[in-house]
Ligand binder design. Structure first.
Ligand code: UD1
Ligand code: CA
Length: 462
């Protein structure tokens, strides 16, 4: 293959105007998610990896929703009001494309395309050469077939509906992804006519036009069929989700993470793992999650946007969200860490405990059945079973402060705002609405009365 120094600037055109009728959804097709990210997001991410000078997205059906979903990003939008075919769709973006660019056409509903594949493809495109990405399809039904001449060069693409019975025997199909020099692409698109079985402007017709113009048509055959599979229905969405997860899991395994069952873990975002991390079955990671060395995650755990420090154990059925957990902590089983939770080294949060927007100092423990919200808990504090911070009066939230070494007896209600001082002790069953000084014992419960020889009432007529 000839090389082209300096490599021409690359502009990507992503087709995303389709309605996605077979999704039976009010959400535009390209906004359905794989691995927690919209289909279109995956395509844009691959395009960015190529260092594209501009990314143009062609929208149509519910285009405003698509735009809104990517509002923070540097994208050029083109509207295709009527879906008159893939050639017409690309033409909508071309006025914004520079003449000296190479145009790479991607589909917003083909999410698993890898940047490496696209690099190989675009490397085969130049001012006098286009490059198409093809695939050997196990079931080519509905797809465009690649026609090659005796020397094996692609000469045309024929759509299924326009193909002869012989052409339909061809298994090599068009992925739809191609790269072409902008100036010539402009001319070819202008020459398209809708004289075909579907009455559409076919992008695929540019191949024959390029050949007629003496342009070289290069091709790259992608090995993994699923890499270029488009999503048209929920079945394909589910298949690609599994495939995507298998890719992610493979990366983890090959970098030393232990997964008890690679088929039962879901990564919906970014997951970073240190050494000797172990992950049990049915674990879901969302957003950006970091697991440091020697972390172990039990079964049925969900972790979202959190960092888990080295040596920490997260036991079964726990849910951790927007939290920061330091080293050697123990969490769960059945613990819930809500946003804003910070656990210092060696802290323990046990079963049926909910923590929200609170700091737990070093070595502090909340082992059973408690709610700790809007609290600052010092070091080596023990919070007994059933303790509740009453942080909300129905309108406002108030803070609870528990200082180092304090001991809160079981079934205590801490009515915020309130402070329990250093090494103070609160007797079980207390309702604490006033501050407790350092070192003091506070008991806020009805005094026990014992009545000697008490006779229970007896039933009459017996
Ligand atoms: C197209 C190709 C076919 C290829 C197949 C791979 C053409 C004529 N045919 O088929 O050779 O094997 O993809 O999946 O190009 N779109 C628009 N506007 C339109 C039409 C389509 O934005 O007017 C978008 C769709 O949203 C979709 C993509 O283009 O993302 C492909 O459209 P689709 O209808 O799925 O593909 P076909 O035209 O059937
Ligand atoms: Ca299609």
């Amino acid at each position: 293959m000839t090389s082209h120094p300096p490599f021409p600037p690359l502009e990507v055109v992503v087709l995303a105007a389709g309605k996605g009728t077979r999704m039976y959804s009010r959400t535009p097709k390209v906004l359905h998610a794989i691995g927690g990210q919209p289909l279109l997001g995956h395509v844009i991410a691959s395009a960015r990896e190529l260092g594209a000078k501009a990314i143009h997205v062609v929208i149509g059906f519910e285009g405003e929703k698509v735009q809104a979903a990517f509002s923070g990003q540097a994208l050029a939008w083109a509207v295709q009001a009527e879906q008159l075919g893939t050639g017409h769709a690309v033409a909508q973006a071309l006025p914004e494309v520079a003449d000296d660019s190479v145009v790479l056409v991607l589909y917003g509903d083909v999410p698993l395309i890898r940047a490496e594949t696209l690099k190989e493809l675009t490397a085969q495109c130049g001012s006098d050469a286009i490059a198409i990405l093809t695939v050997m399809s196990s079931d080519p039904t509905g797809l465009g077939r690649i026609l090659r001449d005796q020397s094996g060069r692609p000469v045309a693409i024929v759509e299924e509906k326009d193909a002869t019975p012989t052409q339909k025997q061809i298994r090599e199909t068009n992925s739809g992804i191609l790269a072409a020099p902008a100036s010539r692409l402009r001319q070819w698109l202008a020459a398209l006519t809708p004289q075909n079985a579907q009455g559409e402007y076919y992008l695929t017709d540019i191949i024959a036009l390029a050949v007629a113009d003496g342009c070289t048509v290069n091709s790259e055959v992608v090995e993994d069929e699923l890499e270029v599979l488009g999503v048209n229905n929920k079945l394909q969405l589910a298949q690609l989700e599994r495939h995507y997860q298998a890719r992610r899991v493979r990366e983890l395994l090959l970098t030393g993470v232990t997964l008890r069952d690679p088929a039962r873990v879901d990564i919906r975002g970014r997951l970073e793992c240190g050494r000797d991390v172990e992950i049990d079955t049915n674990v879901i990671f969302e957003g950006w999650v970091e697991l440091e060395d020697n972390v172990s995650i039990g079964p049925n755990v969900i972790i979202r946007n959190s960092r888990i420090g080295s040596g920490t154990q997260v036991l079964a059925n726990s849910l951790i969200e927007d939290s920061e957990v330091q080293s050697l902590c123990a969490i769960g089983p059945y613990a819930r860490l809500r946003p804003g939770t910070q656990l210092a080294d060696g802290a323990k949060v046990g079963n049926f405990v909910e923590i929200k927007k609170s700091v737990l100092g070093k070595g502090s423990k909340v082992n059973h059945l408690s709610y700790v919200g809007d609290a600052t808990v010092g070091e080596h504090v023990n919070i007994g079973a059933g303790t509740i911070t009453c942080n909300y009066d129905g309108v406002n939230k108030f803070k609870t402060i528990i200082q180092d070494g304090a001991f809160i007896g079981s079934n205590t209600a801490l009515v915020a705002p309130v402070t329990v001082g250093k090494n103070a002790t609160v007797g079980a069953g207390s309702t604490i609405s006033q501050n407790v000084e350092d070192e003091d014992l506070s008991i806020g419960r009805a005094r026990q009365r014992n009545i000697k020889g008490w006779k229970r009432p007896t039933k009459l007529n017996q």
